[in-house]
Design a protein around this ligand. Structure first.
Ligand code: HEM
Ligand code: HEM
Length: 188
């Protein structure tokens, strides 16, 4: 209220209150991950060097995100977005009925998706690195598992983006823009 008055006195319209939710690390992490993941995907068929380097970049990003989940800022911490499975299922049901509660950080389903994505990415890069090692060179199950986990991740990304769109529509906010600016509307 005081801020709004000051802004009006200064001749400016009051801005809707917003809160910093995603810190710079999370934002740079997210869009770099998207870029390197897409490069790894696009170069999987033949562009070996580019594919491996993009994959290593994904590996480093995922590793850093795991550490940031323990020591990072409030909404970046795992403890902020790990919920019981019953809460995740309840949230998904509410969400499909278009009556889900709004969260400032990750909602229970979004939080679960973050964990599943990080796990699936770890398996994809782990088996990718293995398939370049002498010990596993040409070993079929390693190559198969690499391809399966990479495809699984693509499927999860599709669901992830669907979730972002559904949640944005439901709460009349642009979550993609928030992942660039770090800002979200103050809880109402
Ligand atoms: C998120 C990261 C990654 C994705 C999405 C991904 C995806 C894929 C896919 C779909 C293939 C199958 C291509 C085909 O046979 O048509 C493939 C092959 C391959 N990838 Fe990756 N990859 C990733 C990371 C890595 C990493 C980190 C390495 C190694 C440092 C790597 C090394 C290889 C190699 C050597 C092959 C060819 C042999 C094989 O089929 O296993 N990849 N990758
Ligand atoms: C263009 C496609 C994409 C869009 C529009 C998008 C959008 C978003 C948004 C809006 C969030 C925040 C969700 C929330 O508000 O709770 C988010 C989080 C996240 N996304 Fe994406 N995403 C995309 C692609 C991807 C891809 C390709 C990956 C991984 C392969 C990915 C992995 C993640 C992860 C791990 C988080 C959690 C961020 C964190 O807490 O550090 N996203 N994404």
């Amino acid at each position: 209220m005081v801020i709004a008055n000051e802004q009006m006195e200064a001749g400016r319209a009051p801005r809707p209150a917003s809160v910093k939710v995603w810190d710079p690390f999370v934002r740079v992490f997210h869009w770099s991950l998207v870029s390197f993941f897409l490069i790894a995907w696009a170069t999987a068929d033949g562009w070996d060097r580019a594919h491996e380097w993009a994959g290593y970049a994904v590996l480093v990003l995922v590793g850093l995100r795991l550490v940031w989940g323990l020591i990072g800022t409030r909404y970046a911490r795992f403890s902020d977005f790990i919920y019981r499975p019953s809460a995740v299922i309840g949230y998904l049901k509410d969400s499909l009925a278009f009556r889900a509660k709004r969260y400032l950080g990750h909602n229970p389903a979004g939080g679960a998706m973050v964990l599943v994505l990080l796990l699936s990415l770890s398996l994809a890069v782990g088996t990718g690195v293995m398939s370049t090692m002498d010990a596993y060179w040409g070993v079929e199950w390693v190559e198969e598992l690499h391809e399966v986990t990479a495809n699984l991740t693509i499927g999860l990304v599709f669901l992830h983006v669907m979730g972002v769109i559904l949640s944005s529509l439901q709460h009349r906010e642009n979550l993609v823009r928030s992942m660039f600016s770090g800002l979200k509307r103050r809880d109402d």
